[in-house]
Design a protein around this ligand. Structure first.
Ligand SMILES: Cc1cc2nc3c(=O)[nH]c(=O)nc-3n(C[C@H](O)[C@H](O)[C@H](O)COP(=O)(O)OP(=O)(O)OC[C@H]3O[C@@H](n4cnc5c(N)ncnc54)[C@H](O)[C@@H]3O)c2cc1C
Length: 334
């Protein structure tokens, strides 16, 4: 049942309840020591093996969180959530910062904050049963196949083609900047299904299995060493119409709602990407100051537009010294 004014718990009590639950499953976060260096990287530079270890750790925690009722608190009850205000998701994230929970990853955030809620909201009963809870619980992982080489800020210009053939669709095209695609089970795909319609109206959304024949995922190596992003090539990929999300031609509506979830996603913010301006200014390397205009732009920009602003890779400006990495008491530490 969605909480009403009478049933919404008091925020402070709720947060205390979350703290008690966290204390029952995980240790408190160790206090920072004077020798700790700020974590300024936007992207982690992990090997695939370490990324998988991190994903295992986060998924183990996220499953416990979902089962305890703290996984999708802002989603409407009819979509499998608790219908609580966004302040409750923030209260969970704040409490998590006090405990040694594994840091989230882009793929986990996309799965639980974007694709899971989108399937819960736009999926058929069957799609909800098969995919929504498994995504929200991270039993399945899904990446976002939206951006293309010719469709970034102008997403509606996308040209990945979807052609109906009987009960199936055949997809051909290329996606780019697909965070975590190498480790995902599914991709939420936007494809042009009607090239004659005005550009926002000719798009349809789908879930596609990434192990389907014709899907080729290639990592994009970042200058800092890691490869969080991927290019995803689709060549005659055949997917059943039962994987369509929403009505034909309604992909823009599905995509807009999905991106709006970012604002209220109950994703963990246990890792502060890119550090703070104060941490940047305190660095001995003056070159980092070139990033300040970027931060200024981010602060003036609405949430989704933030994703369209290329982020400076501060981590790459700080020389990678072996001792710059904290000791690794946890396998997923950077
Ligand atoms: C951390 C991160 C994770 C991402 N993960 C994913 C993902 O998982 N899946 C996915 O599909 N995409 C992902 N993206 C891509 C993202 O959502 C945008 O599509 C992409 O960053 C913007 O596209 P582009 O790089 O082609 O830039 P462009 O669209 O080419 O824009 C480049 C610059 O030009 C500016 N610009 C563009 N058009 C105009 C105009 N008309 N007037 C003035 N200025 C303009 C932009 O503001 C920007 O500064 C991710 C991006 C980031 C930063």
């Amino acid at each position: 049942m969605t909480e009403t004014l009478d049933t919404v718990p008091a925020l402070a009590n709720f947060q205390e309840e979350v703290r008690r639950w966290l204390a029952s499953i995980v240790d408190p976060r160790p206090a920072p020591t004077p020798t700790d260096k700020p974590d300024l990287a936007v992207f982690r530079n992990l090997s695939d093996e370490d990324e998988l270890d991190l994903l295992d750790a986060v998924r183990a925690y996220r499953r416990q969180r979902f089962d305890a009722g703290y996984g999708a608190v802002t989603l409407a009850a009819e979509h499998g959530g608790r219908g609580l205000p966004a302040s409750f998701a923030s209260a969970i994230a704040q409490a998590e910062r006090e405990f040694d929970v594994p840091p989230s990853t882009e793929l986990i955030s996309v799965t639980t904050g974007l694709v899971g809620p989108a399937v819960a909201m736009f999926g058929t009963d069957e799609q909800r049963a098969h995919y929504a809870n498994p995504l929200l619980r991270t039993d399945l992982l899904a990446c976002q196949l939206f951006s293309e080489p010719g469709a970034g800020s102008d997403l509606a210009a996308l040209s990945c083609r979807g052609v109906r053939e009987g009960d199936d669709w055949i997809f051909n095209g290329q996606k780019v900047w697909s965070s975590g695609a190498r480790f995902a089970d599914l991709g939420m795909l936007l494809a042009r299904t009607d090239p004659e319609a005005p550009k926002h109206k000719g798009i349809t959304a789908f879930l596609i299995p990434l192990d389907a024949e014709g899907v080729d995922i290639r990592p994009i190596r970042q200058m800092s060493g890691g490869a969080s992003f991927n290019e995803v090539f689709l060549q005659n990929v055949r997917v059943s119409d039962s994987m369509r999300l929403g009505a034909i031609g309604q992909g823009w509506k599905v995509a807009s709602a999905t991106l709006a979830f970012e604002r209220t996603a109950s994703g963990s913010v246990t890792r502060k990407k890119g550090g703070s301006v104060a941490e940047l200014v305190a660095l001995p390397n003056p070159w980092v100051l070139w990033t300040i205009p970027w931060y200024a732009k981010i602060w003036r920009t609405p949430t989704y537009a933030r994703n369209c602003v290329p982020r400076p890779q501060i981590g790459s400006l700080v020389p990678l010294q072996p001792d710059a990495r904290p000791a690794r008491p946890r396998r997923w530490a950077n």
